[in-house]
Design a protein around this ligand. Structure first.
Ligand SMILES: [Zn+2]
Ligand SMILES: [Zn+2]
Length: 68
């Protein structure tokens, strides 16, 4: 079972693909890849460049085929 995490970009808690960022003091913040792309993250933009607008379970399946 995947851990539910809250995306700080849109505030939704689900198991969609995330970019997890570790902050000082043992704090982790998570972004949906698509929310983080909108926020200008180069890593998330890279991962979504060929994803064709997939979201949620479809995006997760797509990323798994790429080994991410
Ligand atoms: Zn989000
Ligand atoms: Zn990111």
């Amino acid at each position: 079972m995947d851990l539910l995490r809250t995306c700080i970009g849109c505030g939704q808690a689900d198991t969609d693909p995330r970019h997890v960022i570790a902050l000082p003091g043992d704090v982790e913040v998570t972004w949906h890849l698509d929310c983080h792309k909108i926020a200008g993250c180069p890593s998330c933009t890279d991962q979504l460049v060929d994803a064709g607008g997939l979201t949620g379970a479809e995006l997760r399946a797509y990323l798994q085929t790429k080994g991410i």
